[in-house]
Design a protein around this ligand. Structure first.
Ligand SMILES: C[S@@+](CC[C@H](N)C(=O)[O-])C[C@H]1O[C@@H](n2cnc3c(N)ncnc32)[C@H](O)[C@@H]1O
Length: 315
């Protein structure tokens, strides 16, 4: 495999200043970056640490290698872990950590993953249909496209892509793959484009939603996210901060609902005269509304367009 350094990938961390300010970093604190990517947010965090520690996770071993190179000057302060952030707790326990001072999750995929055609994430670059963040896992986009039933494809495109033309696209995929397996991102993208009504083609690339849906399925992106947020917030020390960046409505809804649940005091039925649930609020929202990228940031990084940042503090 060709080895690229971080400089060869054009990656600008999204909402960097806002998220680092949001973490309110204390120099001796323990922090978790669940999605280290190319290490942009991690670098900004570790620069503020004195005796603190930063645990960095990524499913993608290429990301871990690039982040490791970028952060090598801080190697005493970081622990790089090539695993799912949903397993954070296991590593904290192994390192004797009971509570943390902050967590950042910058969800989705990195520019490196999109821009590297061989990873098969992008409908703009021709590559084998893969889309795995963790290349050790079995399920690839090729498997999904060529082996899921018509009904499963429709369900997938509707559920994870919110795609209105799921039926038409799934029907065309099934028709084409009976003749020849669909192998590349370009083949899939062309099939989606011809399935799309021409009047709809002006509203952004027709393949965007289906590619998102397949990527979410391949990487199991949404499963367990709600539970993870509930679990990790309880690991935060009082005053500790959680910073969450989302890029599409599905993951944003899950993050928002999990945080709103944790922020609630008492979930008893309104008709119950006295609280019997004993649920107490675990956090407060630092910002009432999610923060979005400034006009200046969008000029430099159009990929920040759909980003939403939510910051909470443990109470
Ligand atoms: C948007 S990028 C992060 C960019 C990073 N904040 C930076 O500044 O360079 C998201 C990263 O999260 C990783 N990722 C996504 N889901 C993951 C999961 N469940 N566990 C660990 N890493 C994950 C992806 O492989 C990708 O590298």
């Amino acid at each position: 495999m060709v080895s690229k350094s971080k400089n060869e990938y054009e990656h600008k961390s999204v909402l960097l200043t806002e998220s680092i300010d949001g973490l309110n970093i204390i120099p001796n604190g323990i922090y978790v970056d669940g999605t280290v990517g190319l290490g942009g947010h991690s670098e900004a965090i570790v620069q503020k640490l004195e005796f603190g520690k930063l645990f960095c996770f990524d499913l993608d071993k290429v990301a871990i290698r690039i982040a490791g190179e970028r952060l090598k000057a801080y190697k005493d302060k970081i622990v790089l872990i090539n695993d799912d952030y949903k397993n954070v707790n296991r590593y904290l326990v192994m390192n004797g950590v009971e509570e943390i001072d902050g967590i950042i999750l910058d969800l989705g995929i990195s520019s490196m993953q999109i821009d590297d055609a061989s990873r098969g994430f992008s409908y703009m670059n021709d590559g084998h249909l893969d889309m795995r963040m963790d290349v050790g896992r079995d399920l690839t986009a090729f498997e999904v496209v060529n082996s899921y039933s018509y009904d499963d494809l429709v369900f997938l495109f509707r559920t994870y892509g919110e795609e209105s033309y799921a039926n038409r696209i799934a029907r065309e995929i099934v028709r084409r793959r009976e003749v020849k397996k669909i192998e590349t991102t370009t083949e899939l993208s062309n099939i989606i484009c011809v399935s799309y009504p021409s009047k709809e083609r002006k509203k952004g690339h027709p393949a965007k939603k289906v590619f998102q849906a397949i990527r979410i399925e391949v990487n199991n992106e949404l499963r367990g996210l709600y539970e993870f947020i509930c679990e990790i917030i309880l690991k935060l020390k009082k005053g500790g901060r959680g910073v969450f960046i989302t890029f599409h409505s599905l993951e944003d809804r899950i993050v928002k609902q999990a945080l709103q649940y944790l922020a609630k005091d008492c979930i008893c039925d309104v008709k119950t005269p006295v609280c019997i649930c004993n649920k107490r609020s675990e956090l407060r929202f630092v910002n009432k509304k999610p923060i979005i990228a400034s006009v200046e940031e969008l000029k430099m990084n159009p990929r920040a367009q759909s980003a939403k940042l939510r910051i909470i503090e443990r109470t």
